[in-house]
Each structure stands twice: as structure tokens, then as C-alpha cells.
Design a protein around this ligand. Structure first.
Ligand code: UD1
Length: 427
């Protein structure tokens, strides 16, 4: 059982829980944030549906509001009115808190010919530079300089961006999204080679296409964009969150419970489901948009390497490690996407996990049971990892979470409580 403690920045998790029930999966955070930036491309009103109610979405709305964009949020609907933009300069205090807000640089530049964006912040999971975004925008003809931590981008002579062939050194999700958005309003054709193939990139392409953009190849490593004169307002529903869905599958697996979820696109979780099955879990898809993990008996360790999509997602590496920490035998987890994304290991160790780290590799020797402990999360996904570890642990886990992750974790808390209520909780 998960309980929100009276203090807002702490979750108290009573362990050895058995979960049961059905979880409604929300819209993808990472898609919603970039669609909000994408709405700046059209001088019109866009209505986004299925927007998750998270602190990051509110923060993104605050940032866009400082640019003069009018935003109305009602339940899971977000109306973004970008008919008038008063400034193309985003404020440092807000951008530094949310890396995704940097993605607005592409639409601002494409529509206004100028953008000023402070270097972004975000989760404490590594350096997370923006060189691929910057080099890509330069290839499209923008002049880009970085002064005092602010990226200044402008199209010389007040012209439009010019289509170009761009090859990414690495299939960065953010850079692919920035360049795709910028190219929708460029003169001529842009080709993005070695592009990211994540479902959130595809969702952005679908959103832009609905607004009138000409984009093909999203979901492959080569995306072609033929620039158009203007885009128009649209109503669009955000894709289900594959990371949230994966987290709930893991919550079921680690507590040896049966949990079902929908809506979800099962193909988006192919790599995760394959690893869950390798561990010994049964995952079934009763309908095209649902998944169910069954009560597991014996769980054994597996090796995981995080990779760009369709590989195993880095965002589920830490919750999966919580599961591996109670699997029989040894597992090896290699984090290849971010250089500093094993910070949850120290906290899992406090809960009794047997994990050794060398560089970006963690070797896990499974223990029969974790024990509840006071733990602290460093980023959103680590919070989720520690929450599900706490669900399976003996005793109570007190999870300190930064204010940034409160909304997301409250949702996890409420949904888990709902799950737990469906069946008596075994102490
Ligand atoms: C997005 C997701 C994040 C997810 C990640 C990888 C959002 C808001 N966040 O982050 O949840 O974990 O994809 O699936 O959508 N890199 C560079 N130069 C750049 C850009 C990136 O070197 O210009 C490096 C990064 O430091 C990192 C790797 O590329 O090591 C992957 O980053 P990227 O795919 O860009 O992730 P984000 O878009 O930041």
C-alpha cells in the first residue's frame, strides 16, 4: 500500500503489498511536452487531449506563458493559443528547471526567425548537452551563438530556414524533435539521418502532419520533411505513456501480483516485455490496447543494456533494476544512454539490494527480500524505482522526493492505492 504522508515531499510506502486491479494509463509526458512546444508552430489555437496532469506540464505551460502564449488547462485538455507571441526570449529560472522547454527553440526560430533560449536543466542524470540541436539548426541556415549560458539563434536577413540533409552523431530524441519542428516551416526538403525512432517522435510527427506539415519516415531512422508556408490549428490526443505503463507492469511483477493496464500500445513496450518474460513473468495482451502482467512464481536475473528505441528504454532502467534486485541469481545492467543514471543504486543498497557499480555497469546479485528504509530520489524515474521497491520490501519505506517529482509520484501513489484497494493488502 502506498500512502501520501502529510508532508507533501514524502511518500510513505507500506511494503509487502499485493496489488490487483486495472490502471488507466495517462498521456505520455515526453510527448505532451514536445507537442506543447510544437503548438508554437501555428498562428492558431491547438487543443491537446489526454495531457497528463504533471508538474512538468504546468512548468512548460508557465514557460510558454512568459512568451505571451495563452494556455488553458482543464482536466486532461490543454488549449494553446499561439496566435500572438510577445517575445522569443525564454526566462532562465524556468527553462533551467525543465530540459524539454529548450525544444521550443525550433518552433520559435522557424516562425519568428529568432529565438533566445537559456541552456536547459532537467533531471540530474548527466551532462545532457544540446550540441546536436545547435549544429542541426546551423545546418538549416540559422546563426547560433552561446553567450553567458544563453543560446541565441537567428535566421540571417530575416529569411526562412533552408532545408538541408542532417546526420545526427547519435539518435537524440530531443534533437530529432527540435529539427523536425524547425524544418516544417523551412524552404525546401530536410532529411534527418540517424534520427531517433521513439514513439514520442512519431507522435510529434503525427501532430505536425495534422497541422499541415509534410513529414514522412517518422519511426524509422530517416525522416523527410518538406517545408510548408504555414501550419494550422488542430485537435490532437497525446499517445499513451509507455514508460508509465512499463512502471506499472514492473509494480505488478515485483509484488508478484496481477495488474492490467490500458490504454497502451503494446508494441511500444516490446523490449521491456521481452525482458519481463525472460525474468519469468507472464505478460499478455487481452485486447490490442491493453496489457496484463500475471502473478509470477520464480523470478530469475537477466542482463539489460539501455539503448535508443526500439532498444530497452533508459527511462525504465531504474525500475527494472528494483525488480532485478529480488530476482534469483545475477544480472548485469549497462546504462549506455546517459552517463550518470545509476544514482538510485545507493538508495536500493540502503534497502538491502546487493549491487556493485563499475562505471556505467551495475552487477546485481538477487536477494530474497528488500527491507524498507528512508530513501531519497534524484530524478523522476529513480523515484518510481524506489516506490516500487518499497511496495515489495519488508517494512516501511519513506521516500523523499524533490518537489519536481511530486505530481508524478502522487499519481503513482493514488493509482497504486486504487490498485491495492481492489484486493485486501497482505501485511
Ligand atoms: C528524452 C526524454 C528522456 C529520455 C531520453 C532518451 C524528453 C523530455 N525526455 O530526453 O526522458 O530518457 O529522451 O530516451 O523527451 N545528447 C548529446 N547532444 C545533444 C543531445 C543529446 O550529446 O545535443 C546526448 C545526451 O547527453 C544523452 C543522449 O544524447 O547522453 C540521449 O539524449 P536525448 O535522446 O537527446 O534525450 P532527451 O531528448 O534529452
Amino acid at each position: 500500500m502506498v500512502q501520501s504522508a502529510s508532508q507533501q515531499d514524502v511518500l510513505e510506502i507500506v511494503g509487502r503489498s499485493s496489488l490487483s486491479g486495472h490502471v488507466k494509463i495517462g498521456g505520455a509526458k515526453n510527448a505532451a511536452l514536445v507537442l506543447m512546444a510544437g503548438a508554437l508552430l501555428c498562428p492558431d489555437v491547438c487543443r491537446l487531449r489526454n495531457v497528463p496532469n504533471l508538474a512538468d506540464v504546468t512548468k512548460m505551460a508557465d514557460i510558454l506563458s512568459t512568451l505571451g502564449i495563452r494556455i488553458q488547462h482543464h482536466e486532461d485538455i490543454l488549449d494553446i493559443d499561439a496566435r500572438e507571441i510577445s517575445t522569443a526570449q525564454a526566462p532562465y529560472e524556468l527553462v533551467s528547471q525543465l530540459r524539454a522547454s529548450f525544444f521550443a527553440i525550433g518552433p520559435l526560430l522557424a516562425r519568428y526567425g529568432v529565438a533566445e533560449m537559456p541552456l536547459p536543466g532537467g533531471c540530474a542524470i548527466g551532462a545532457r548537452p544540446v550540441d546536436l540541436h545547435v549544429r542541426g539548426l546551423q545546418s538549416l541556415g540559422a546563426e547560433v551563438t552561446i553567450e553567458s549560458g544563453v543560446v541565441h539563434a537567428a535566421i540571417p536577413g530575416g529569411r526562412r530556414l533552408q532545408g538541408a540533409a542532417i546526420h545526427f552523431d547519435y539518435p537524440s530524441v530531443g534533437a530529432t524533435e527540435t529539427l523536425m519542428m524547425a524544418a516544417t516551416l523551412a524552404d525546401g526538403e530536410t532529411t534527418l539521418h540517424n534520427a531517433a525512432q521513439e514513439p514520442e517522435v512519431v507522435d510529434l510527427a503525427n501532430f505536425c502532419r495534422a497541422m499541415g506539415a509534410r513529414i514522412t519516415g517518422a519511426g524509422t531512422n530517416t525522416i523527410r520533411i518538406v517545408g510548408v508556408e504555414k501550419l494550422h490549428g488542430v485537435e490532437y490526443s497525446v499517445v499513451p505513456d509507455r514508460i508509465e505503463a512499463g512502471t506499472f507492469l514492473l509494480a505488478g511483477a515485483i509484488t508478484r501480483s496481477e495488474v492490467s493496464l490500458s490504454p497502451v500500445v503494446p508494441e511500444h513496450l516490446t523490449a521491456v516485455i521481452a525482458k519481463l518474460r525472460e525474468v519469468g513473468c507472464t505478460v499478455v495482451s487481452d485486447t490490442p490496447n491493453s496489457l496484463r502482467v500475471l502473478k509470477a512464481d520464480r523470478l530469475t536475473g537477466v542482463d539489460i543494456q539501455t539503448q535508443p528505441y526500439p532498444g530497452f528504454p533508459t527511462d525504465l532502467q531504474s525500475p527494472f533494476m528494483s525488480l532485478l534486485s529480488i530476482c534469483e541469481g545475477s544480472s548485469v545492467v549497462e546504462e549506455t544512454v546517459f552517463e550518470n543514471r545509476l544514482q538510485h543504486v545507493a538508495e536500493l543498497q540502503r534497502m538491502g539490494a546487493n549491487i556493485r557499480v563499475k562505471g556505467h555497469v551495475a552487477v546485481i546479485e538477487g536477494v530474497p527480500l528488500l527491507s524498507g528504509a528512508p530513501v531519497e530520489a534524484t530524478d523522476l524515474r529513480a523515484s518510481a524505482a524506489l516506490a516500487i521497491a518499497g511496495l515489495a520490501a519488508d517494512g516501511t519505506t519513506i521516500l523523499q522526493i524533490s518537489v519536481t517529482w511530486i505530481a508524478a509520484m502522487t499519481i503513482l501513489s493514488v493509482r497504486c492505492r486504487h490498485l491495492a484497494l481492489a484486493l485486501p493488502v497482505r501485511p
